[in-house]
Ligand binder design. Structure first.
Ligand code: UDP
Length: 248
């Protein structure tokens, strides 16, 4: 598997199929697959979180989850051709878990959203086992959350606490989790529960999902502002990294 560096962050040149085909190397083998969405937000804001940076570096699958990441790769002669969207990958994991009768656990999202997501998952994927859920606003202590997850012994753990909470939580707790596959999934449970709509297909087709989501959620407008900064700084970083190599 090839890896590229964007503003210091590793991103893997990888497809949905590569990841799914890799699952048997992890499920039930004692090895842990950590799937992290590398998007412009984590790269820009992650510069201030050494623990998150280290965790991304150690993760087994760093997916290019954002058209900005694909764009920078293309502009710098990289090999990343397509976005691997966290929510799409999650759906493929769910389909795999359904087919192979595996178990899953959700940690994160608001209680009512989590409850609706659980109902929907049981309807859409009747052969998987939802071995537990904990909402993202629980009064449980961190160790209790870990203990509950370990007691449920899920194959897949989806952590939906948003950036940077979910990455910080995983960085700290993944060594203690007896789980084969874990993924940070941001607001995916909001979408899977039916509470938040994904962008219409036409926006997804033209890689403009970020525009649709930003316009329909003012909180996300800030992220649009991040995009040009992200592209500029990433290109600048590449120039400097190239010069450093020449100097040595
Ligand atoms: N969230 C949570 N606990 C918190 C903060 C956020 O469970 O303390 C959940 C929130 O309810 C939402 C998800 O984290 O379901 C992330 O939402 P956001 O849209 O910010 O994340 P993104 O998809 O952009 O990463």
């Amino acid at each position: 598997m090839k890896t590229e560096e964007i503003w210091g962050f590793p991103v893997d040149v990888i497809t949905y199929d590569d990841i799914i085909n890799d699952l048997p190397n992890y499920l039930g083998t004692g090895k842990k697959m950590s799937v992290i969405s590398v998007n412009p937000q984590i790269i820009v804001e992650g510069q201030n979180y050494m623990n998150i940076y280290k965790f991304v570096k150690q993760s087994t699958h760093r997916i290019p989850d954002g058209i900005g990441v694909v764009l920078v790769s293309k502009l710098t002669g990289g090999k990343i051709k397509e976005r691997v969207a966290g929510i799409e990958l999650m759906k493929r994991f769910l389909a795999y878990a359904d087919f192979h009768k595996k178990s899953i656990f959700f940690y994160g999202a608001k209680p009512e959203i989590l409850a609706d997501a659980a109902v929907k998952i049981k309807q859409d994927y009747p052969n998987l086992t939802l071995s537990g859920t904990i909402d993202g606003y629980t009064a449980l202590a961190e160790e209790e959350v870990v203990a509950n997850i370990n007691q449920a012994r899920p194959d897949f753990l989806f952590v939906a606490l948003g950036f940077p909470r979910q990455e910080e939580w995983l960085a700290k707790n993944s060594p203690y989790l007896n789980v084969s596959v874990f993924q940070d999934v941001g607001g995916s449970l909001d979408v899977l529960s039916g509470h938040v709509k994904r962008a219409p297909q036409i926006f997804i087709h033209w890689h403009l999902e970020w525009l649709y989501r930003s316009l329909s959620d003012p909180k996300r407008l800030r992220r649009i502002m991040q995009l040009p900064i992200f592209v500029f700084k990433s290109l600048w970083w590449k120039v400097r990294a190239g010069n450093d190599k020449k100097d040595h």
